[in-house]
Design a protein around this ligand. Structure first.
Ligand code: T3D
Length: 269
């Protein structure tokens, strides 16, 4: 029997789903098979109303080394005169839909970065809502090292996360950025000791799973949308979204629990 390319496990009574990229010998780099399994696993988590938080991590010593460069369908053919591969097709068929799926998940997504995250693997992690990395992990915008530009949302994410000056330095130089430095400059949420990574990510996921899911997802969406709005438009958007939140059961529950001095039990999704 062949090993699944994505390992799937549930915890916290099925409210937290962990997806582990599982091609450790090739540092969990992407093949079309891994793309298909990851997208299907994300679709399944999105459709399962008991899931309230997703954790994305890698097996072995890496998080993900980006595109599998040994894949003959994307690597340049060394035969003189061979036609170049259509990488635009690869991006719009695989990486674009993966980013779109992650950024529109109906639940929060935590990346537990257990080792190197390079190329598309780095930006896959940065697409997640909260990124926690082990101290030995690193982030590498490896694209320019092989004559490419950041993809998997990198051109959109990097300047928003760390500002244009740092984004360009990180992307142009393609240097290895240790997890501790990534946390210091605000590229990721947190860097923890390697031994504490799994427990830290699990605790974070468990906490998020107990929070008002719709409000968390609307927060992600509102913040992303506000990047392209002026203040007046952002304020109008806040009013629109808050009206929606005000009609949800979670708001009623949050206020009732506050008044009763008890822990809230949020159920909306
Ligand atoms: O191309 C398109 O379709 C467009 C889409 C592009 C999206 C992208 O992601 S482009 C960027 C692709 N990724 C990279 O360029 C990263 C390549 N890998 C590395 O630079 C290094 O492996 C790392 C910095 C990630 C880790 O270095 P290190 O020294 O810890 O490990 P290593 O020895 O280089 O790799 C270990 C094994 O994994 C090795 O295999 P072996 O020799 O033990 O059989 C290595 O070949 C394999 N591996 C690592 N990365 C990839 C890979 N195999 C295939 N593809 C990889 N990306």
């Amino acid at each position: 029997m062949t090993e699944p390319l994505v390992l799937i496990s549930d915890s916290d009574s099925g409210t937290v789903r962990t997806l582990s990229l599982n091609r450790p010998a090739a540092l969990n780099s992407f093949t079309t098979g891994l793309h298909a399994e990851l997208l299907a696993a994300l679709e399944a988590a999105a459709a399962d109303r008991s899931v309230r938080c997703v954790v994305l991590t890698g097996t072995g010593r890496a998080f993900c080394a980006g595109q599998d460069l040994a894949d003959p369908s994307v690597a340049p053919d060394p035969t003189p005169g061979a036609a170049p591969k259509d990488l635009g097709h690869v991006i719009s068929t695989y990486y674009g839909p993966l980013v779109a799926r992650l950024r529109s998940m109906p639940v929060p997504v935590v990346a537990a970065v257990n080792g190197v995250a390079a190329g598309a693997g780095a930006n896959l992690a940065l697409c997640c809502d909260l990124v926690v990395a082990g101290r030995s992990a690193s982030f590498i915008q490896a694209f320019t090292r092989i004559g490419l530009v950041p993809d998997t949302g990198g051109t959109w994410l990097l300047p928003r996360l760390v500002g244009p000056a740092r984004a360009l330095g990180i992307a142009m130089l393609g240097d290895k950025l240790p997890a501790e430095e990534a946390a210091r400059i605000g590229l990721i949420w947190q860097c923890v000791d390697d031994a504490a990574l799994a427990d830290t990510a699990a605790a974070l996921a468990s906490r998020l799973a107990g929070m008002p899911t719709r409000a968390l997802v609307a927060t992600r969406e509102a913040m992303a949308a506000a990047q392209n709005l002026d203040l007046g438009a952002a304020l109008a958007e806040e009013a629109r979204i808050q009206r929606e939140m005000g009609h949800a059961d979670d708001y009623r529950e949050g206020v009732e629990a506050f008044r009763a001095k008890r822990a809230p039990v949020f159920k909306d999704r």
